[in-house]
Write a protein that binds this ligand. Structure first.
Ligand code: SF4
Length: 310
């Protein structure tokens, strides 16, 4: 089937099945282009909650579809490729977090949304790369804080808040591919171009960059900068969105090998099949769902964060 025929069939199926397609920024360009909304995991989870359609095809990785399902329990959330997981989310599991909590019984647990529903359910509050420092700042300064699973994001939070966190040693294998030599090479090849990197990057890469920004922050920076060329240190899929939104500017990946294989597993064929058969439904059993939802909703709240009753 040609790409055009697939795109046409997907459009028909969307109307037939009362469905909407959400795509993460790191998906293949052809998937981003057929999506109704493109964004980061949190923007998409919020979008999933707000859309009127009853079926959501979530083009991303498993934890993202879980978060969408948590926030929209009455809707059908489909993940077109069930094997699309996140290695960083899988670096921590419930027993691992339980032993960390047992070693620090008074600590509050802050959990990056890039985590499984089970790990979220055992946390006091979730955070994103955009709001992690703000979430930690809402915790009593005398309280110990466990931060999971991304130690590099945790280090950036320590830097911004001046607090010391007990960090799980997880990391994103895709962002960890970025090294200082890439920043040096980019500066040689594109003199004067600002270098922006995601906080999942190594600390020395963050130090060498001009700005450390969440995905949403990168999109804003791209819109507002007067620089004609910007060096972007994150998963290369974001380049497609930046170019679409800012056609007069040039975006150069810090390293074009920074691709997430899991994010590239979803193809148009998978989206079409998910719509046709409604396979790949993501559901979360109780009580995990309620506990994980509480941690996500606490992130959206304001005021002091208290220890939850697990
Ligand atoms: S880019 Fe990193 S954090 Fe995102 S899904 Fe891939 S492995 Fe996970």
């Amino acid at each position: 089937m040609s790409i055009d025929a697939m795109v046409k069939r997907i459009e028909e199926l969307k109307a037939e099945k009362d469905a909407v397609i959400l795509s993460h920024n790191y998906q293949l360009p052809e998937v981003q282009r057929i999506a109704d909304f493109v964004g980061d995991s949190l923007e998409l989870a919020q979008k999933a909650r707000d859309v009127s359609q009853s079926v959501i095809v979530f083009c991303g990785v498993h934890f993202m579809a879980e978060t969408a399902a948590l926030l929209s329990p009455e809707k059908t959330v489909l993940l077109p490729v069930m094997e699309a997981g996140c290695p960083m989310a899988d670096m921590i599991d419930a027993p691992g977090l339980a032993s960390m909590r047992a070693a620090h019984p008074d600590a509050l647990v802050v959990c990056y949304v890039n985590s499984t529903a089970q790990v979220k359910a055992m946390s006091d509050v979730c955070c994103t790369s955009a709001n992690a420092h703000g979430v930690v700042a809402r915790i009593d300064p005398d309280s110990e804080v466990i931060f999971v699973p991304d130690r590099y994001l945790g280090m950036q939070v320590e830097k911004r808040t001046g607090r010391s966190l007990i960090k799980w040693p997880g990391y994103c294998p895709t962002h960890a591919k970025l090294v200082v030599e890439h920043v040096e090479r980019a500066r040689r090849e594109h003199p004067g171009a600002p270098v922006i990197v995601h906080p999942e990057s190594r600390p020395d890469v963050c130090e060498a960059a001009d700005a450390v920004l969440s995905t949403g922050g990168m999109c804003r920076f791209a819109r507002e900068t007067s620089a004609p060329v910007v060096i972007v240190g994150t998963e290369v899929g974001l380049i497609d969105r930046l170019e679409r939104e800012n056609p007069a500017k040039k975006f150069v990946p810090l390293d074009e090998r920074a691709t997430c294989p899991n994010m590239k597993k979803t193809r148009l064929e998978n989206v079409m099949a998910a719509l046709e058969t409604r396979h790949g439904r993501v559901t979360i059993a109780e009580p995990i769902a309620s506990q994980a939802r509480r941690a996500v909703e606490e992130m959206f709240a304001s005021g002091r964060i208290r220890k939850a009753k697990y």
